[in-house]
Structures are given as C-alpha cells and as structure tokens.
Write a protein that binds this ligand. Structure first.
Ligand code: S3P
Length: 175
C-alpha cells in the first residue's frame, strides 16, 4: 500500500482547504492545512505574521513546517498558494508525495475572495488586477508540478474529490 502524501497546490481561493478536508475524510487520512498549522504553531494569524513580521518570516515558517510534513506519510496536505514557489519545499514534498493542482479562473477567484481580509498579498491595489497578475506569474509552476489538475470553478467539492480519487487509483496511490 502506497502511503505517499497527497499535496494540494494552487492559487488562493481555488478550494484547497475545502477539497483537502473532504478528500482526507473520503480516504480516511489525516488532513493538514499549512496556513492553519502555521497559525496554530505561532499563535498568530497569517495576516498578523505578514503585518508584524513580514512575508520573509512567513515563508520561513512555511519552509520549517514543510520539512516536518515531508518527513511524514499518508497525509492530505493543503498548501498555501505560495508554498511551492520555493523549490526546496517542492523537492522535499515531492520525495514522498504527489501534487494535485486545483485551479479556477481569475473571475471565480475574485468572486470568492473579494470580501476576504485574510489574504495579505491581495490587500494592495486593485484586487482583480492583483489576482490576474499573480496568477499569470504562478500558473505555470502549479501546472508543471502536478499530474492532475481540477478546475473547481466547474465542479463541486464532492466532484473534485472524486476526480482526485480516480487519478490516485490510476497512479496506484492509496490502494
Ligand atoms: C499565499 C496564500 C495563502 C497564504 C498566504 C500567502 C500566497 O494561502 O499562505 O496569504 O502566497 O499565495 P491560500 O492559498 O490557502 O489562500
């Protein structure tokens, strides 16, 4: 039986936390959301870490947590949207993990995040434009890493989970 970690990657607002939690229930695996885990460990919200300590500090918390998670197995891990931009994080998670990419169009992401105050990277400037430009920078990285991409603007959380489960079966993961 393969106990590779299942690692959900993708932009903010693509449903990584919602889909990850449901996928973990479906597969009877432990679920870890990296943002929530960082908040638990530090006792601060992601927004507070960005505001008080800066993004560099947040990225180092993320890298530290990634090391710990990559040493474990059998997890479903939902990652913060910037985590896989660090090649060291990708290398560590990839050694015993499979990447699944969740995507959505800029407009769908905007609609999901427009009233949210907890995404520090989207607080400056016009939110729609910020989403478009960050997504354009990052999309290639997300798609390149993952063998499976699900568009959550087009399917429900349950359908997204079923597509991921089929992919894992095809790959002989979680049998
Ligand atoms: C970030 C995404 C956020 C969070 C932080 C930075 C990013 O997580 O880690 O605000 O760089 O894309 P979600 O993708 O869960 O929103």
């Amino acid at each position: 039986m393969s106990r590779k970690n299942i690692v959900l990657i993708g932009f903010m607002g693509t449903g990584k936390t919602a889909v990850g939690r449901r996928l973990a229930q479906r597969l009877k695996r432990e679920f870890v959301d990296t943002d929530q885990e960082i908040e638990r460990i530090t006792g601060k919200t992601v927004a507070q870490i960005f505001a008080r300590d800066g993004e560099v500090r947040f990225r180092s918390e993320e890298a530290l947590l990634t090391k710990k998670l990559a040493a474990r197995e059998g997890l479903v891990i939902s990652t913060g949207g910037g985590l896989v931009l660090n090649p060291e994080n990708v290398k560590l998670l990839g050694e015993n993990g499979v990447f699944i990419h969740l995507k959505a169009s800029p407009e769908v992401i905007y609609q999901r995040l427009k009233n949210k105050k907890n995404r520090p990277l989207l607080l400056k400037g016009d939110k729609r434009e910020r989403i478009k430009s960050l997504l354009a920078e990052r999309e290639e990285v997300y798609s390149r890493l993952a063998g499976c991409t699900v568009d959550t603007g087009e399917v429900s959380v349950d359908e997204a989970v079923e597509r991921i489960v089929s992919y894992l079966k095809e790959m002989g993961i979680n049998e």
